[in-house]
Write a new protein. Sequence first.
Length: 218
Amino acid sequence: MAVAQAHHWIIGDVHGCHKALVDLLSVLPFKDHLVFCGDVINRGPAIADCMNLVWELVCAGRATWLRGNHEQALLQALEQSPASGHDDLLTIDTYRQLGDGLARQWLQRLRQLPEVFQGDGWVATHAGFDVSGRPDLHIREPFWDHYDGRYGRVVVGHTPRPAVECQDNIVMIDTGAVYGGLLSAFCPETDAVVQVQGPRASSTTLAHPQELATGLPC
């Protein structure tokens, strides 16, 4: 009897939503590989807990944590600001929640985060690729409008949407958990979607689909 091939689940921007992350992990198949599509950090209330949980999964071989623009910004700020409490660092939620010492302990780990995960006929990256084929952690419309499918289907986060969206060869999986939307996981082998509710859904004013569809600041 043939052994079933393990699948992958690509998880959208967690942004410090620890409870939603735990809820999502509890319903995903244990043997499948998880790919966090970047922006595990910043914005949410429990950033350190999210970082520790995702890193434990990485060390156990169960997950890959891709670099997002928020991880890149923290990395650059820490490398460029040797002094504790530098103004650039104090604008970063992760730095304020962790404190200087703990944030700097994460430097070596942040440097290890890859920008792309390659699957069979698909790739995952945080936001997309530039015209030269390099991962671009901030790109939006130029990639959406001009991607020609050369890397297969590309699964990205970065821009909150009201639902997981498939646009030709692009799948967008950030559904705005930190803004009261959903935390989503997408399986590129089956097109299955698993979602859990993010925090603050009852009180946030940013949970309306029309607002998420326009793309919240990332």
